[in-house]
Each structure stands twice: as C-alpha cells, then as structure tokens.
Design a protein. Structure first.
Length: 456
C-alpha cells in the first residue's frame, strides 16, 4: 500500500442474520480484538463455530483439546469448536528424529547469535512438513464445517491467527532488549533482522500471521462455491496492523509503534487480501488501532497512541459520554495527576524531533533507534507511574472501547466492504463509539422525563 485507505463511513450489517454461521479462525485467548467482533455476531443471532490450535504434549506431539479444555474453550467462545488441531507455524516441526527450528535457536547463545548460521535447506524441510500438517488438518476441519452450514446460510470467516515467536530463551532475552530496553540495555531491531535468527523468525511470522489467511481462503473454496450457488454470501476478514491515524496537534495523522517486527507479515497479509479481492472474493484486512492485549504487552509503548482517543471522542462530538470517559480515566491516576498531564507527555513525545523520521508511511516498518527507544519506553514508564495501580491503566479502559468500536465497524462494513485493505483510524473509532453511546443520552433523558410525567 502506498497510502493508508481509511474507513470513513459507519455501515450497518445488511447481510448476516439469525442462523447464519460465524467462523472464528483462530483460538480465542484472553484480551483481543476478536471479542468485539464476536459480540456483534452473537447480537445478530449467528451460530458461532471455532477451531483450536491444539496443544503440545510432553513429547512435542500436537494433540486435540481434552474434555475439560474443550468445555472451557467452548464456554469462552459461546459456540462449538471443531476439535482438530490447526497449529500454525513451523518452529516446532521437524523430520522424524531431527531438531526443530526452536531447538536450533536454543543452541545459540547471547555471545554467538549474530554469527550463528542456519541450514536453510533443512529449515525448508521443517516448513514443508508444517505446511502439510496444517493444510491436512484444515482440510479435515472444512469437511466438518461444510456439514454444519445448512443451505441458504451466509458465512462470515474471521481470521485471527497472529504471532509466531519461537520459545527459545535466547530470543526472549533479545526481544526484551529490543522492545523494552533503553540506555545500555537497548538493542537494535535491525541487528536481529540481519541475523539468521531474525530471518527464521520473519518466516515463521509469515506462516502464522499471513499465509494462514491464504490457506483459509483456498481450503474453504468448496463451501464458498456451495453457499454462493444457493444465493448466499461469504465474507473473510483479518486483523492487520500498519500504524493508525491519531490526533496530533489537532489533526489526524498517521503514526506507528516502532519497531513492529511482525509488520512484514502484516503487509503480506494485506497482499493476500488484495489477490483474493482481485479474484472476486470479498476478503478484507482491517488495520486496527493499537490496543493492549496479552501479546502486544511485550511492546512497551505500543499503548501510548491509545490515549489521544480521548481527544478524538471530544472532537467527534461525544458530549457528556466523552466527558465521562475522560473522568473514568482520570480516576485511575494518582491524586494531583490529571489526564492533561498524561496527554502533555504524549504530545511532547510526538513533537520531539527524534520521532519525525518514524512518521514516514512509505518506510514502514522502520528499525528502532537508541534515541527513539529511550523516548518511547521512557514515556511509557513515566505514564505508568502516574497511575494508582499498575494493573489498572488508562490504556486498559481505552483498549476495551477500541475493541467495541472495531467489532461494530468491521461487522457492519463487511456486509458490503469497500476494498481489500482498510484503516480504522481514531476518527471513525470515535464516531462509532459516540454514535453508540452519546446518541443514547437524549433517549435516556427522555425516558427519565416520561417517567416523571407518568408519576405526576
């Protein structure tokens, strides 16, 4: 993409109804964008179907969920899970008796990793084995799913697979320095990407975050053909991240978290959606604003662009409801600290000359720098210290609002999507939230007035 394509309308669902099928292609874990989309599917009365990535046993063999795990997962999802493991990525796959890619990384040390090399022919074997495993399992899943979709039903496939970080101790130490380190603990993200370790990790990110979307579209071709032949509709969505526009100096401006190593995989995800769209398949990647999730918490500072959402709520005429969100956030701060103090720190960071090179959309994803890391991580740490409780942050409250808004926006837009890649910037997120909450204020006031009249 040469320029971000912003979603600029609030659309309503006109396709999906009671009895249609919503397929969550990725297991539901804790916090995340998918919960907002699931809420909308449930509200529409859709049947919810999920999958599982399975679990690894003590011998590294992939297995289905056991009875307790399955019951817990289905309760969390609010639907039925097809219990066939579709674990993505090749970091734990290998020829029989051979080391996995994670084993190979585990042999590297903090002193040697930049010089250590990998046998790429062997890595390709591991990758091929993983692809065959994944696509074989996916074929079984689709056969089961086909039998769950009655004629005349519409289908919504929501891809949520992301990640792919190998559980190798040496990488986890390096990641801590790249994403959390400043001063003497800072490490260049480019140094990682230039190493064989980094190249392997980028390949695994591709497999998990992007290529699984392509596998999903291809594996569901039979279902898609049957549904469409009967006059039904099939849609595909995926979650991207490619920066987002937030209020900076009073206007919406694209910015990003640096360094977002998975950005290369997210761009490949966009490309897969574009190819599908060109073939007449309604597949859309929605690039969502930054939120705090179980996985994003590794990136210290990724939460900072969330806070200007409070300004956007006011700018987009949120009225009393926007004021209430401001107050709710302020109550999470220490006595004597205001939201103006917090926003002032973010404004200073945004205006700092160190950040200017990182506002170049065409250069994304850029490597980090010492000065940028020190500023971003330092600002994040300072703002965390301004809270009463380090486990109850303004960014948590605002993350929940973004999840709600993106769920509504994606579900509504996907009835008639405008294109294969869309950015959900803070303006449309604020407008969606205000439309849901601020618009209810007059109705609530009228209800109170009517109640008083009836009593009188």
């Amino acid at each position: 993409m040469k320029n971000p394509v912003a979603l600029n309308r609030i659309a309503e669902n006109t396709v999906f109804r009671k009895g249609d099928v919503f397929v969550l292609f990725g297991e539901l874990f804790g916090r995340g964008y998918a919960t907002g989309l699931l809420d909308e599917a449930r509200r529409a009365g859709m049947e919810i179907v999920g999958i599982t990535v399975g679990r690894r046993d003590e011998n590294n063999a992939l297995r289905p969920l056991d009875a307790d795990e399955l019951a817990a997962a289905e309760e969390r999802l609010g639907g039925r899970i097809i219990n066939i493991p579709v674990m993505a990525g090749f970091d734990l796959d290998a020829p029989a008796g051979g080391p996995t890619p994670t084993d190979l990384l585990a042999a590297m040390t903090l002193e040697s990793w930049e010089r250590d090399t990998l046998d790429w022919d062997y890595i390709a074997q591991c990758r091929d084995i993983a692809t065959a495993r994944f696509t074989g399992a996916l074929s079984q899943v689709m056969a089961v799913l086909d039998g769950m979709i009655a004629d005349g039903r519409n289908v919504f496939f929501a891809h949520t697979m992301a990640g792919g970080i190998p559980k190798a101790k040496v990488f986890l130490v390096l990641a801590n320095r790249i994403y959390k380190g400043r001063g003497a603990r800072h490490m260049s993200s480019q140094a990682l990407l230039d190493s064989d370790m980094g190249k392997l990790i980028l390949q695994n990110f591709d497999e998990v975050s992007a290529i699984t979307f392509q596998h999903l579209i291809e594996a569901s071709a039979t279902i898609r053909a049957r549904v469409e032949a009967a006059g039904g509709q099939v849609r595909y969505t995926a979650y991207g991240y490619h920066g987002t526009a937030v209020l900076i100096d009073g206007s919406y401006r694209w910015q990003t978290y640096t360094n977002y190593t998975q950005g290369y995989a997210k761009m490949r995800l966009e490309g897969i959606a574009q190819e599908a769209w060109a073939s007449g398949i309604k597949a859309t990647v929605y690039n969502c604003p930054e939120i705090r999730t179980n996985s994003s918490d590794v990136f210290t500072g990724i939460e900072l662009p969330l806070i200007p959402l409070l300004l956007a709520l006011k700018k987009e005429d949120g009225g009393q409801w926007a004021d209430a969100q401001w107050q709710a956030c302020e109550q999470l701060l220490l006595d004597g600290v205001t939201m103006n103090d917090v926003i002032g720190k973010i404004t200073d960071m945004q205006a700092n000359a160190v950040m200017r090179p990182f506002y170049d959309f065409s250069a994304w994803p850029m490597a980090n720098s010492q000065a940028q890391s020190d500023l971003t991580i330092g600002t994040s740490n300072e703002i965390t210290q301004m809270h009463r409780d380090g486990k109850a942050l303004v960014s948590d409250h605002l993350s929940a609002l973004v999840v709600e808004a993106t769920g509504k926006l994606i579900f509504g837009e996907t009835s008639d999507p405008a294109g294969p890649v869309q950015w959900l910037n803070h303006d449309i997120v604020a407008r969606r939230l205000n439309a849901s909450h601020h618009a209810a204020e007059p109705r609530a006031a009228e209800a109170v007035k009517d109640a008083h009249l009836k009593v009188a």
